[in-house]
Structures are given as C-alpha cells and as structure tokens.
Design a protein around this ligand. Structure first.
Ligand SMILES: [Zn+2]
Length: 70
C-alpha cells in the first residue's frame, strides 16, 4: 500500500519531531548503550491509515525516521 501524505512528511522530519497523529508505537522501545552520549533509543511505529512502518532512532548517526517500504 502507498504511504499516506502524513507518512511521506514524517520520513522527512527531524530527530526531535513527534510521530504524526495516526502513527502508533508498536513493540517495546529498544535502548542501546549505557551512559550518554553513547546511549540512544529506537522505537517502532505503524500508521493506522496506510500501515506504513517506521523506526524512530535518537542515534545521531541514523536517519531519524526510517520508513519501511513493503
Ligand atoms: Zn500513513
């Protein structure tokens, strides 16, 4: 299924931005590393409209919002 417009926009958003209104968390938050600044977190989300999945990462070396295209 094609990603909805909100998801297309989400893929361009910054690390600190919130998930859009139809994007809900799935599974548990994953925490990597110990102390800051090495520590980062990942959280998976899925859109209730178009079913597109995202992974949000706080790792500065990662893409902030990775869209998983099916
Ligand atoms: Zn969507």
């Amino acid at each position: 299924m094609k990603a909805c417009s909100l998801c297309e926009e989400q893929a361009k958003k910054s690390r600190n931005s919130k998930p859009h209104e139809n994007l809900i968390p799935v599974d548990d938050r994953r925490i990597f590393g110990g102390k800051k600044p090495q520590r980062f977190e990942e959280q998976d989300y899925q859109c209730t409209t178009c079913k597109t999945k995202f992974t949000h990462s706080t790792n500065a070396n990662d893409i902030p919002w990775t869209m998983w295209r099916g």
